[in-house]
Design a protein around this ligand. Structure first.
Ligand SMILES: Nc1ncnc2c1ncn2[C@@H]1O[C@H](COP(=O)(O)OP(=O)(O)OP(=O)(O)O)[C@@H](O)[C@H]1O
Length: 227
């Protein structure tokens, strides 16, 4: 199983009490599986992604990434696991304003110590695979549309060939048609790269592309009644 969350409890301080954001959540996502998570605002969707991304440590429960228990690791091991195994496309995963699309990917590769020429070729190849060709791969973020910037984010997240791809509201800044294109791109990537993909979305129109739709309500994860 590429991603396994077992019995996760996550609380936040809330005055002199604690607010339970995730209440015994379990989720398993296999290679090549595309799972969408919906649910009302404040229900715990972002918290779920943060725990799966190993950015937030749960109060209890286990997080397994490609079979490795992130909850049993120290901070350094967890950072390495995240870098090597997890692709993150969050709303706040901002592109660097001064870098072209290719350079955004090269910057990530640099952290991993890749050879420059091989890195540049792979960056162009990945950008082409998400539809950025014809010179667009050499443009800076402000010269790209919202959908194209989201494609750069996705290509960057794929650079490490992650086992797990976590995506937060990928279509919120896009019109319906561009949103649909991004979701179908994510669905294709999930199959081609064999990632376990979890996408949080508000957009019910995008759910058709998912293999499974789950609903978060008050920190609990369930099959939606209408599915
Ligand atoms: N850092 C924090 N400190 C305290 N409470 C928090 C913190 N982050 C989130 N919460 C609370 O935890 C609950 C779950 O929040 P979360 O952001 O996971 O929900 P969400 O479903 O992603 O919401 P939205 O759809 O509005 O983004 C909410 O009640 C929220 O107020």
């Amino acid at each position: 199983m590429n991603l396994a969350l077992h019995d996760i409890v996550l609380t936040y301080p809330d005055g002199d009490r604690r607010l339970t954001a995730l209440d015994r959540v379990s989720l398993e996502v296999g290679a090549g599986e595309f799972v969408a998570v919906v649910g009302p605002s404040g229900s715990g969707k972002s918290s779920l992604l943060a725990v799966a991304a190993t950015l937030q440590t749960p109060d209890s429960g286990r997080v397994l990434i490609a079979g490795q228990d992130a909850t049993a690791m120290d901070g350094r091991q967890r950072t390495a696991l995240r870098r090597d195994r997890i692709g993150i496309v969050f709303q706040q995963s901002n592109l660097i304003a001064s870098l072209t699309a290719v350079e955004q990917l090269q910057a990530v590769a640099h952290l991993r110590g890749g050879r420059p020429r091989a890195v540049a070729a792979r960056a162009e190849e990945l950008l082409a695979s998400v539809g950025l060709t014809d010179g667009k791969q050499h443009r800076r973020p402000h010269q790209l549309s919202g959908g194209e910037r989201q494609r750069v984010n996705i290509a960057r997240a794929l650079f490490a060939e992650p086992s797990v791809l976590l995506v937060d509201e990928p279509t919120s800044a896009l019109d319906h048609e561009r949103g649909e294109q991004i979701v179908s791109l994510l669905s294709g990537i999930t199959r081609e790269h064999g990632t376990a993909t979890v996408m949080v979305t508000h957009d019910k129109a995008q759910l058709g592309a998912a293999d499974r739709v789950l609903e978060m309500v008050d920190g609990r994860l369930a099959q939606p009644a209408a599915a």
